[in-house]
Design a protein around this ligand. Sequence first.
Ligand SMILES: C[S@@+](CC[C@H](N)C(=O)[O-])C[C@H]1O[C@@H](n2cnc3c(N)ncnc32)[C@H](O)[C@@H]1O
Length: 274
Amino acid sequence: MSSCAAENDLISGAEKPLAALKRQQPLTRETRTVLLRQIDKLRCGLQGPVDAMHFQGTVLDGTIGLEDLASKMGWEPAVLVRFINVVLIHGIFEEPEPRVYKHSASSTAFREDAIRAYYRLGSWSVPSWWKVSDYLKTHAPEDVYDPLKSPFSYSRGGEGQTYYQLLEADPAFSTVWHKGMAQAALLNPVLGMFPFRDMRSAVEAEPGRAFVVDVGGGRGNALVDVMRECGGGGFGAPMVLQDLEEVLLGEEPVRIDGVQVMPHDFYNEQPIKK
Ligand SMILES: C[S@@+](CC[C@H](N)C(=O)[O-])C[C@H]1O[C@@H](n2cnc3c(N)ncnc32)[C@H](O)[C@@H]1O
């Protein structure tokens, strides 16, 4: 389909529910169902590969038949096909002929490490939600505000430790988490929110004063972006990365050229005064 045809499809896809909404008031349950289906179709047409990050990809080149795929995964074909049918309608994988699959732009996105990590970050957080009801039945309301008794700590069997202590204690989880943060930073760029580059003359006038202190800055993704925007550094002034000791100096200590790594718990007084 040419991109012009695709755009026309999107326009008519957007117009249909609008026309139905104007025509049919009050809405019946049936009309709502039809409208939701139309809007879903429109969303699938609009989404790019990164928007469709709700599926963990299987690496394959060319096409693969259902039976081959099922045997690689160790699943029953009759069961696998049900899952594939669900994701196919969201544009994840293509089915060029019945029971034969190939990657689509959306499923290909999941071959990237950072995107896989972002997806896993979401799916690993879901089990905590299943325990929320039990948590609320067994805890006083004020416990919600205690980081050592958070619903997350409870759901992981780790009360007495904060979310971030539990995270860093599990290397598989923390790797996925930090990679997922890098992906989140791409989707919500820090640049453009503040005119870092325009600060040049003010920063150069006081080179002993920290230019940026990133508090709870993780592994420094945002600082790296800021430094790139500023020509590769902090205009000669300190760029400081603060986070918990276990994050900065743990399994994989953070080292970034031009960045001063400073373990600091943000509940304590900020040591950088200027
Ligand atoms: C949402 S993340 C921010 C990640 C970072 N902006 C990035 O791009 O990777 C929140 C960060 O706050 C840190 N954090 C949590 N509690 C903290 C505390 N008490 N003191 C300092 N940092 C803390 C976490 O370790 C985590 O890296």
